[in-house]
Design a protein around this ligand. Sequence first.
Ligand code: EPZ
Length: 422
Amino acid sequence: MDSILVRGNGPLSGQVPIAGAKNACLTLMPATLLSEEPLTLTNAPRLSDIKTMTELLQSLGAEISTLQDGKVIAMSSHSMDNHIADYEIVRKMRASNLVLGPMLARLGKAVVSLPGGCAIGARPMDLHIEGMEALGAVVELRDGYLHANAPIGGLKGGVYNMRFASVGATENFVMAASLAKGTSILKNAAREPEIVDLVSCLKKMGAQIEGEGTSEITIQGVDRLGSATHEVVTDRIELGTYMLAPVIAGGEVECLGGRLSLVKAFSEKLDAAGVDVSETERGLLVRRRGDRVKAVDVVTQPFPGFPTDLQAQMMAALTTAAGVSVLEEKIFENRFMHAPELMRMGAQIDVHGGTATVTGVETLKGAPVMATDLRASVSLILAALAAEGETLVKRVYHLDRGYERVEDKLSQIGAHIERVQE
Ligand code: EPZ
C-alpha cells in the first residue's frame, strides 16, 4: 500500500498543469450509452475513478480504448448488451449511478446497484429516482438494486422540481430526458460547470437543451443522438487544490489551464484571506500577500457557492491563519474527517456537527496521518508542505482516485515529497 512522505520546506515556485475534470469525465463517459455512434473525449484525466468507470461501461457492453497515455478516451456502445450495473463495481464509486439515466433512455430498462454509503455520508438516491419517475419510469428497490423500467414506447417528457440541487440527479435527468418523447423541464437544477460541460457535449451529439448553468434546464427530446468529440473542461477542484500550495508554503505558483470563472467564490475567499490571484494567458497566478493568511469564515454551497470539494483543502490552509475561522459544511453530513488528522499535526480545530472552528497556530508539526477520503487526503499533503519535519500520509489510494501523480506535480514546484511503498 502506497504512502506519501512530505518534508516541510520553504516557498514554492513554478507552474502546475491542471488536468481535465474528474467530475465532468465521470458524467461524460456514461453519455456514450445514449448513442450507437462513437463518442471521443480529449483532455481526460488519468485517474483510478476513470478506470473504474471504464470497467463499468465495458461490463455493459461498451467498447472503450484509450490513446495518448489515457488523455483520449474513444468509446462506442453500439454493441451494448447488458443493462445491469453490478454491485462489485458500483460499490467502488458512487458516480457509477450515472449510468441509470442513459441506460433507461437507450434500452427502456436499467438495473443499478445502490452505491451504498461512503466515508462522507449516506448519499441516498431519492432525487435520481424521482427524476426518472418524472419521465414516466417505474423504479423499484429490490435486494439492493434499483430496477427501473420506462413505459411502453419509451420515456416521456416531464417536469421535475428537485428538492435539492443535486449534481448527479441533474446529470441523470438531463441525459435521460435527451431521448424522452416531448419536452422536459428540471427546476432547481444544479449549476456546476461539469453540468454545463456535459450539456455542451450532448448538444454536439444532437441533443436540444437550454438553460444549463442556470437553475432551470429545458430539454426537447430527440429520437436519436449521434457521435461527437469533446474536450473535458479543466478540473476546478484540482485547480483550487494547487492554488492553495503557495498559500500554505509561500512563494508564487501558476496553475496552467486555470480560469477565474471556474473558481470565483473560492478566489474571492482567498482574496479576503490575503491572497493575490491573477489571470495570466496560460492560467492563474497565486501569491500570498504576507507571511500568514488571515482567518476567514467558509460556508459550502452548491455552485456558484464555495465548493464542498475544496472545504478540506481550505481548512488545511486556515490551520496556520492569523485568527479564528469558522467552516460550515452544508452539503455532506460527515466531511470533517481530515480535522482529527490535522490535529495530530498540531492544528487547533473544534468540530460540532456541521461546523468546524479553526484557531490558527504559528506552524504545524509533521506526523504520521491517515487519508480517509479523496479530498481529505490531499488536504493533509497541503498541510504538510509547510509543517516542521516529516509527514507520512497513509492510504493514498484515496488520493489516486482524483489526483494525477500529486508527488510529481508538487515536486516540480519545489516541494520535498515522494511516494513510498509500505
Ligand atoms: C457530486 O456528487 C460530485 N461527484 C462530488 O464530488 C461533489 O462533492 C458533489 O457533487 C457536490 O458538489 C461527482 O460529480 C462524481 P449531490 P453527487 O447529488 O452528485 C444529497 C469528489 O470529491 N443527495 O449533489 O453525489 C447527498 O447525500 C466528489 O470529487 C440526496 O439526498 O452529489 C449530499 O448530501 C465527492 N439524494 C448532497 O445531496 C439524492 O438522490 C449533494 O449530493 C442525491 C443526493
